[in-house]
Design a protein around this ligand. Structure first.
Ligand code: TYM
Length: 334
């Protein structure tokens, strides 16, 4: 708790362009939480170097992501938006937690298995211990809730296991966090293969909608979206492509799957795809306009980066000191 508010932490990796999946599964849900919770949203740049990055591009993507958080509606005076690398306590706590995490647990992580299959030339130790850094991110703020898409649930589970293990040894050290999954858009699938999640690392650009895509591109990608030959707009697991389009349309318009099915009853796939494209373009357009405006205001973004890193460090240091003391490190002479 901070004051009388429960704490939220979440973050995104700062590589490449965000997808509609990142937006509908996570970012969109973050916006309304700040009235009720004390919210911390980091640009997870330490996580990003588990894959090789070009330095100039990496720096640019990280700043763009922070700007996009604000453009998507996160008020930086009500939400603590910061770069993970500006708060060294993340890495410090991760080291401690590494010593309380078993290799057997890390071996089970599906994201590690997927990423090491994709990047077999660079299976580094950071990729392997990535979930421990993520646990450190969450536990550092004594977070109660972690708003993420469904693909992050396994990482939340290991975070809870690590926290419970530490608490069992040293007493009450960490708050045990819960995942917070939004009602709509928790798992947006690829437009080219609706059995796979939409991912920014997909090699086929038609598989993902990027938040930077203009209206024509959005509509073209939806027109090409893979569906089925049923010619019937229904919400079931057999029609994975249509299921995904219903989820996307519902998440953008606030309608339930039933309402969407009723709205398009008797209509063809062509009409439906067009409507989904329009709804997505209408959702993205104000974010893109705001992003362009904010990007020009260097001084404003710089001030947010500085002030919020100080705020995050203050709370992070409190937890880190507690952990170091409980584990038995000698306290610094101040
Ligand atoms: P990342 O950067 O892969 O994704 C950021 C957020 O977007 C969600 N997401 C999706 N939701 C629905 N459908 C999709 N297709 C989709 N793709 C991505 C993810 O669930 C996530 O919420 N390890 C994290 C970043 C991270 C983090 C943390 C998150 C680092 N530390 C601490 C929460 C708390 C990641 O790689 O997310």
């Amino acid at each position: 708790m901070i004051g009388d508010k429960k704490v939220i932490l979440s973050g995104m990796q700062s590589t490449g362009s965000l997808t509609l999946g990142n937006y509908l599964g996570a970012l969109k849900n973050w916006v309304s939480l700040c009235e009720e919770y004390e919210c911390f949203y980091m640009v997870a740049d330490l996580h990003s170097i588990t894959l090789r990055q070009d330095p100039a591009q990496f720096r640019k993507s990280a700043r763009n992501l922070l700007t996009l958080y604000i453009a998507a509606g996160l008020d930086p005076h009500k939400n603590c938006i910061y770069f993970q690398s500006h708060v060294p306590q993340h890495a410090q706590l991760a080291w401690v937690l590494n010593c309380f995490t078993y290799m057997g647990e890390l071996n089970r992580m599906t994201q590690f298995k997927d990423k090491s299959a994709k990047h077999s030339d660079n299976i580094n130790a950071g990729l392997y211990t990535y979930p421990v850094l993520m646990a450190a991110d969450i536990l550092l703020f004594q977070s109660d809730l972690v708003p993420v898409g469904k693909d992050q649930l396994q990482h939340l589970e290991i975070t809870r296991d690590i926290a419970q293990r530490v608490n069992a040894i040293y007493g009450d050290v960490f708050t045990i966090p819960e995942p917070y999954i939004g009602k709509a858009g928790a798992k947006i699938m690829s437009l080219q293969d609706p059995t796979k999640k939409m991912s920014k690392s997909d090699e086929n650009p038609n598989a993902s909608i990027y938040l930077t895509d203009d209206k024509d591109t959005v509509i073209r990608k939806f027109k090409r979206a893979v569906t089925d030959s049923e010619a019937n707009i229904a919400y079931n697991d057999e029609q994975a492509g249509i299921h995904n389009l219903i989820d996307i349309y519902g998440a953008c318009t606030g309608k339930t799957p039933d309402e969407v099915v009723r709205e398009f009853n008797g209509k063809g796939y062509g009409d439906f795809k067009m409507a989904v494209g329009e709804a997505v373009a209408d959702t993205l357009s104000p974010i893109q306009t705001r992003f362009d405006e904010l990007s020009k205001d260097k001084a404003y973004i710089d001030s947010i980066i500085k002030d919020n890193a100080e705020k995050a460090s203050y709370y992070a240091e409190k937890t880190l000191r507690k952990v170091m003391k409980k584990v038995g490190f000698t306290e610094k002479i101040r």
